[in-house]
Design a protein around this ligand. Structure first.
Ligand code: FES
Length: 208
């Protein structure tokens, strides 16, 4: 939410309450994916960059594929026009989201070799890169939790320095995460994206 809306919510809670009730009620008969795609399109139409980054991240998190998002942008051509679609795609490219790479768009996913099982001690957290993707990995006994290093808020690629013990703080707006669970524990409301993982022949592998 923007700082201005936060301010108005505090200054005039009774007035803003109606607005939020309206937003909550609108679209209640739509499935979440459709709601998310419409939200993305409205942000492109209004050209609010921060909102677009946020709603794009939410749409991906809640199950929209990059191809569906591109389809939605293209289908909205009569309302958006080419200039706004290009504006949106420029922001997508600037966000450098691996899922939007042309090869990834048509991929159905595969296992990636991340590291040797013995490379981490029990209870340790590390940040590493694998096949063009940043990862945070937490080891608990024999299990490994593998998270995308991109913040679920606006897709900031969170650096290693953001790690303090088991707490990860995104440098952009200071959302905090517990890497043992992936949950957001301060400021935000969305967990880190977690990839399916396994240990095979002494190697930690992750699926995306
Ligand atoms: S991008 Fe906003 S907290 Fe990470």
């Amino acid at each position: 939410m923007s700082d201005a809306l936060n301010y108005l919510l505090k200054a005039r809670p009774e007035a803003l309450g109606h607005y939020f009730a309206f937003l909550k009620d609108a679209g209640k008969h739509l499935d979440p994916k459709t709601r998310n795609l419409i939200s993305v399109i409205t942000k492109v139409h209004a050209q609010t960059e921060r909102g677009f980054r946020q709603y794009l991240g939410r749409a991906l998190r809640e199950g929209c594929t990059p191809m569906e998002i591109l389809d939605a942008l293209l289908m909205a051509f009569p309302a958006l026009g080419l200039a706004k679609i290009i504006w949106a795609v420029d922001i997508i490219l600037d966000m450098n989201i691996p899922e939007f790479n042309p090869e990834a768009l048509v991929s159905t996913g595969q296992w990636h070799d991340v590291m040797a099982r013995t490379a981490m001690k029990d209870g340790e957290v590390i940040r590493t890169d694998c096949d063009g993707r940043g990862l945070f990995i937490y080891r608990s006994k024999s299990s490994f939790q593998v998270y995308d290093s991109r913040c679920p808020h606006q897709s900031t690629n969170i650096p290693h320095l953001a790690l303090n013990g088991s707490t990860l703080t995104c440098p952009k707006h200071q959302w905090e995460f517990d890497v043992r669970s992936g949950e957001c524990i301060k400021k935000g409301n969305s967990p880190l994206k977690r990839f399916k993982s396994r240990v095979a022949k002494g190697r930690v592998q992750a699926f995306w």
